[in-house]
Design a protein around this ligand. Sequence first.
Ligand code: B12
Ligand code: SF4
Length: 480
Amino acid sequence: MVPLALPTIAALTPDHYRIAIYDEEIEDIPQKVRPDIVGITTLAATARRAFELGDHYRALGAKVVFGGPYVSFMADEALKHGDSVVVGEAEGLWEQCLADFEKGRMKQVYKSAEFTEYNSQKPPRWDLVNMKRIFQVAIQVSRGCPFNCDFCLVSRIFGRKMRYREIANVVEEIKAAPSKYFFFVDDNLTINKRYAKELMKAIKPLGISWSCMCSLDVATDEELLHQMAEAGCFNILVGFESLNPDSLGETQKHHNRGGSIYTEAIGKIHAAGIHINASFVIGFDHDTEDEFERIFKFTLEHHLPNVNLHLLHAPPGTETHKKLLEEGRLSNYDPEMGVGHFPTIDYMHMTRTGIFDKYMETISRLYSFPVIREKAEALFSNGAFTRPGGEIPAWLKARLSWITFKEYVLTSDKDRRALFAFIFNLIRRKQIAIDRGMGFLLSMLGYNRHIREHQRHMAEYRSMVMARDTGKWKDKSKVT
Ligand code: B12
Ligand code: SF4
């Protein structure tokens, strides 16, 4: 996906601007581009590159404006590489920034005292995005989160009071989008069940396929779960974060309660034919290396093949960042490494090298084909994944079929071939819809490839981690 911020901001830009959007995740920025003004979005993980681009375009004489979660808390750093920073939401501020640009009087910082109204918005300018390189588009219907987990920026950027778009406005956007596949980037799409049910009713006739994020309590409302499945939901990302109750308490994620509630909820979601993308974080002060095994076993017992395992990091603006900075635990801090795959802080009970080695070992096991197959056998035995997914353009179908065939059949890896044979048999016996079976094989391949890529650079990464390793914080804090 292309970050939603860019087509959203393009939609706010007055008509007399000629706009181009580039996303380096999917394409190179052409050398010949000579803009008058550039807007760059930033996360901690992308800030270094964003600043490099800022320097580059400034040297070419362009005005450079930064926005997004990283610079919203690091404006001073950003201003070394650009002319202006838009703090928080762009709506209202970006238009003001452009008006000032035209008068030659840009301010350094644009910041609003209030959150935007956010009951409707103009459709994002997907027409400016290279759709040949992407498959699904992002959509947002709400902003804010009533919770305030220490490691998260959401309520700090968008506030704790939920704001919702009018459903008719959302439907209009979906109809105008260039894809039938969507990712709702709302941090909890179902937190307001009444709104969620209205939304489901409105989008069901649109025939789209989509994934979203929500908490497990969605399963307490079977009507809603059923409506979601009917409206095209095929995957829910759930932030379990930790299976260690002390760590959940430590990070203020009190609403994750664990225990048998999880088992029941996961079972219900799977019974609705919806996959769960289970997201975990390891590295809280109460965590030891045992957490890795606990998560591994949990995902095996609950038949969860899609697992996102992250090492705790501390983006600026979060409470975690504030606390670790005060305690002196961000030595050698490199935001670019804050993608969840690398240790970036001084952990209480684990060395950086220790946590990294354990992380690599665990993700390699999680995404080994025999483990995926064991989970798939249990997961698909419930027969709930027979509802077909959405439409895929013919050219893409042909491409995906070829990739699946090449990677799963023309391979000497017998575990991979065994997984393919298993899924293929389910498809043949109509126990799983063909596109869902293919989608599963492709997503597992994606994870597996990512891990193999990581393993290929293991020596280089490990020496980088070792160079920054100053031991367990528990030992150091005793000394100081
Ligand atoms: C969807 C999403 C993803 C998707 C991104 C897919 C995509 N390409 O769109 C995926 C799953 C890949 C992802 C990955 C990661 N994500 Co993420 N993600 C989100 C999420 C949930 C929604 C982002 C979004 O689309 N928001 C809607 C848009 C409209 O909001 P926005 O981008 O903030 O833009 C608004 C303003 O910030 C501002 N703005 C933004 N850019 C600009 C630029 C200019 C010029 C201007 C004027 C204004 C402006 O205007 C916009 C409109 O008001 C956010 C949480 C959230 N609610 O925002 C986390 C979030 C952005 N992710 C976060 C993180 C940490 C990550 C990961 C590092 C995860 C990890 N492993 O730890 C990776 C990094 C990926 C990478 N390569 O960089 C953090 C970022 C913290 C930080 N400072 O870096 C967030 C804030 C969540 C959190 N828990 O705190 N993520
Ligand atoms: S982690 Fe989820 S629940 Fe916690 S503040 Fe962030 S968005 Fe809200």
